[in-house]
Write a protein that binds this ligand. Structure first.
Ligand code: 5AD
Ligand code: FES
Length: 377
């Protein structure tokens, strides 16, 4: 296995003998070839991605994390970007089997923030050093195009030096365009899985895989910096399916990718399903960083939930974004996508300072910056 980034540049056909980085003739081994290709920033095929995931050892994770850290530092130094997350409504018309705020969950206590509430979160966030606000909600019909556009343009006017990220789920092309024109810069819409059959195992029939993928394409066409993503270890997921997620990302080239472990929620049909693991998530973060060195890649709250140092491990594996919660403390516990979510108690009021300390503790620095994608149009 080679760690020399300059070798093995030629593409390799499977089932053919080839000369490895030491010049030794050997049989095609998808694991070794996949590893070498990742380090040389060449595209991998499904078999190669699958082989890496099948051989997730501490040794592999350490090697890929070291290489991921190196390429990340070339583009971003030791900077970690922060996004102020404002979860402004937990009403949702969808019924995804995994999600705690799904429509059918009668135990979820629903809330909505007013425009004034949202603006006051931004005011507090700006003072704390946030230069990106992420407005996230369930798919809540109360927030019509007109209402959201009004909120977006008010934030844009009040904080012209800040980026606005939306994460409102599936909407029409026209709606996305209107919100972009109102001043939104970025949009997060996880694709959840790149395999239609798997999508149908995670969502009821009313939701369409094709529509979700169309939304992502529309967002890109309009000019947003776009984030897709998926849960690691979601029910029924196989390594081959994850390889399909990576192939989709390799082809779609999003600006951002959000991944975190699946964590079961007690009031959902997936209450008794197994959680995703820290180890799988870390391996995937390193792979993603190596696939796309300039990617904006958050160490997510779900990662911080399955392990007390999950976000720190995520940064060390190649992530370069953290998204502390800016929502009013009284609402935080209600935005409960999964059980035991962190940063929802009294101790969370100063998430950002906590994050500064956590990142400094591992040699990284939280910066006051919009943190745009180097690849934006
Ligand atoms: N565990 C982990 N992540 C979840 N999400 C929703 N429910 C869960 C869960 N139980 C993720 C989905 C969604 C994002 C907002 O949160 O991927 O797109
Ligand atoms: Fe939220 Fe530490 S980041 S309490």
């Amino acid at each position: 296995m080679s760690t020399d980034l300059t070798k093995n540049k030629n593409s390799i056909n499977k089932n053919e003998d080839y000369s490895n980085s030491q010049g030794v003739i050997c049989q095609y081994d998808p694991f070794c070839v996949g590893f070498d290709k990742l380090l040389c920033q060449q595209p991998l095929n499904k078999e190669e991605f699958t082989a890496l995931l099948d051989n997730n050892t501490i040794h592999l994770r350490e090697q890929l994390a070291a290489a991921a850290d190196k390429v990340r530092r070339e583009h971003f130094g030791n900077k970690v970007y922060i996004r102020g997350l404002i979860e402004f409504s937990n009403y949702c018309k969808n019924d995804c089997y995994y999600c705690g705020i799904r429509r059918s969950n009668r135990s979820a206590e629903r809330y909505r923030l007013s425009k004034e509430d949202i603006l006051s979160c931004c005011r507090e966030g700006y003072t704390l050093g946030f230069r990106t606000f992420v407005l996230q909600s369930g798919e809540d019909a109360y927030y019509t195009d007109e209402r959201i556009a009004d909120i977006v343009s008010s934030i844009h006017e009040a904080y012209p030096d800040c980026a606005i990220t939306l994460s409102l789920g599936e909407r029409s092309y026209e709606s996305y365009k209107l919100l972009f024109d109102a001043g939104a810069d970025r949009y997060l819409l996880r694709h959840e899985t790149a395999v239609k059959k798997h999508y149908e195992q995670l969502h009821p029939a009313a939701m369409s895989f094709e529509h979700r993928m169309q939304c992502l394409q529309d967002l890109k066409d309009i000019g947003y910096q776009v984030g897709c993503g998926f849960m690691v270890g979601s029910p029924y997921q196989t390594h081959e399916m994850l390889a399909n997620d990576l192939l989709f990302i390799q082809d779609f080239k999003p600006h951002m990718v959000g991944i975190g472990p699946f964590i079961s929620h007690q009031d959902t049909p997936f209450a008794s399903k197994k959680n995703g693991t820290l180890e799988d998530t870390l391996l995937l973060l390193s792979i993603l960083r190596l696939m796309q060195p300039t990617l904006l890649l958050p160490a997510t709250t779900a990662l911080g939930t399955i392990h007390p140092k999950g976000r720190e491990h995520g940064i060390l594996a190649g992530a370069n974004v953290v998204m502390p919660n800016l929502s009013p403390t009284k609402n935080r516990a209600k935005y409960s996508l999964y059980d035991n979510k962190i940063c929802t108690g009294d101790e969370s009021a100063q998430c950002i300072r906590c994050m500064d300390r956590r990142m400094e503790g591992i040699g990284y620095q939280v910066v006051i910056d919009r943190g745009d994608s180097p690849n934006r149009k």
